[in-house]
Write a protein that binds this ligand. Structure first.
Ligand code: PLP
Length: 453
């Protein structure tokens, strides 16, 4: 299959959803014509390929069940992208969910996901949301720090059934494409450091809390992980710590989570993390660690977000204008940008793009894709080679499924785009376009009497 204008088509292919094709010279996904969808739903428009999501879920499931001898739970990290339809799809695919707030928890609940299959994370979760999670019966709360543990101990002290918890450890290993998505360092805001005794103190306090059941340990060292050694060493440190705690308290670890974080490719020259290699890495590391420290094989929980959904997503924009820059790269203005995808502005994230109507035309120029928002930093793509584009042309940006709409805002009063799930020629509207009425829904008129003149 030939896909949008890149020199190395094999590498470029992995950027686009699995069901991408080109019919009559135009980009299609899941047998749906993108130009026709843009005409019907307007732009910016986000589409998701159901086939890609199903394939990623099946790859994780097959790889881990094939390699890991014990029980494996795969939880979709819903911060990557969540709404009721996505929660239902992930549940149908046999995945649990990770949530980070009472809001995400409520979405999972309204989607009908059994809350025993939902895990709650978060470093600053307000006590009311922790209480909500306990009341609703979430499967696990992943405890981030000692204060949160004290709150949970207090909230559960008089409950009949105990709340299962895991402790999030900061193993002092960090990996990830950008400082903002590296989370495993001892000095990072997340997790209980091993070296200063916080993690050991958390085990002591958790075991002393009558309403809590400490089932295991967790770590998530970062996103866009490219180092399998880092994952291996993270697991080793968690198991070594588990063995120390068994010696100290007779406590046995029954569940282990090395988090999520497998990298995806955003650019043609990048390689996505390999799910099979990841599964073998995790399995071997757990097996080796359990043998080394004399521990029983724990249940395994993994939490992929980006690698489950990023590639399924494509963002469609309309070119609204151009600006020639003497001696520099010309701009193409588009009708979206940092409001629907803040990753370039926040992380210097890179993307590529293609023209929907001429995806295979050879590039004739290199341009910057300028978002519509009133920030100089709102450049969606700094440097992309395209065939000459003019106002009205449709631009498709691949790998747009993760951490885009879930981080979107209404900055500049721009309503957020709709989200469509495309499946073998069928279009499921997962989220309609936000309206101006939605924007003012929370607003109340000023009520302080007529101003005196
Ligand atoms: C605790 C935890 N688990 C899982 C994930 C998912 O990471 P990714 O989307 O890179 O797979 C994150 C992302 O930040 C996280 O914080």
């Amino acid at each position: 299959m030939n896909l949008p204008g890149e020199r190395n088509l094999m590498t470029a292919t992995q950027l686009w959803p699995i069901s991408t094709s080109i019919q009559d010279g135009r980009l299609q996904i899941a047998d749906c014509d993108l130009a026709a969808l843009a005409a019907q739903y307007g732009t910016p428009l986000y589409v998701l390929d159901a086939d890609t999501i199903r394939t990623m879920a099946a790859r994780y499931t097959a790889a881990l069940h094939h390699t890991y001898a014990g029980i494996v739970h795969i939880h979709y990290a819903s911060k990557a992208l969540l709404n009721i339809g996505i929660a239902q799809l992930m549940h149908r695919l046999g995945l649990g969910l990770d949530v980070v707030s009472g809001g995400e928890l409520a979405i999972a609940q309204r989607a009908g996901v059994p809350l025993a299959q939902v895990h709650l994370h978060g470093n600053g979760t307000p006590p009311a949301e922790l209480a909500q999670a306990i009341e609703l019966g979430v499967g696990r709360i992943i405890v981030d720090n000692l204060d949160q543990l004290a709150t949970l101990a207090w909230l559960t002290a008089r409950r009949v059934s105990r709340q299962a918890i895991m402790l999030r450890i900061a193993p002092d290993i960090a990996d990830g494409a950008h400082a903002h998505i590296r989370t495993g360092a001892a000095a990072a805001k997340f997790g209980l450091p091993l070296d200063d005794g916080s993690a050991a103190e958390a085990v002591r306090q958790a075991l002393a809390a009558p309403g809590l059941e400490l089932v295991g340990l967790h770590a998530h060292i970062g996103s866009q992980l490219r180092s399998y050694e880092a994952i291996q060493e993270t697991i080793n440190r968690l198991l070594r710590f588990a063995a120390e705690q068994r010696a100290a308290h007779g406590w046995t670890l029954s569940e282990l989570s090395p988090g999520g974080g497998l990298a995806v490719a955003y650019m043609p020259n990048e390689q996505a993390g390999d799910i099979d290699t990841y599964a073998v890495t995790v399995t071997n590391a757990v097996r080796a660690g359990c043998e080394r420290y004399g521990l029983p094989q724990p249940r395994l929980v993994i939490e992929p977000g980006r690698s489950m959904i990023a590639r399924a997503g494509v963002a469609l924009y309309t070119v609204t204008g151009r600006k020639a820059v003497p001696g520099g790269l010309d701009y193409l203005h588009i009708d979206g940008g940092m409001g629907d995808n803040s990753r370039p502005a926040m992380y210097n994230a890179q993307y590529t793009a293609a023209l929907v109507a001429r995806p295979l035309d050879p590039p004739t120029t290199t341009v910057q894709i300028a978002g519509r928002y009133c920030e100089s930093g709102d450049i969606l793509i700094r440097d992309v080679a395209l065939p000459g584009a003019a106002p009205g042309d449709l631009l498709a940006v691949p790998v747009a499924g993760a951490y885009t709409l879930s981080m979107s805002s209404t900055y500049n009063g721009v309503p957020r785009p709709p989200l469509l799930l495309l499946d073998s020629g069928h279009v499921h509207v997962l989220q309609r376009r936000e309206t101006v009425d939605d924007l003012v829904l929370r607003d109340l008129p000023l009520n302080m009497g007529a101003a005196s003149s």
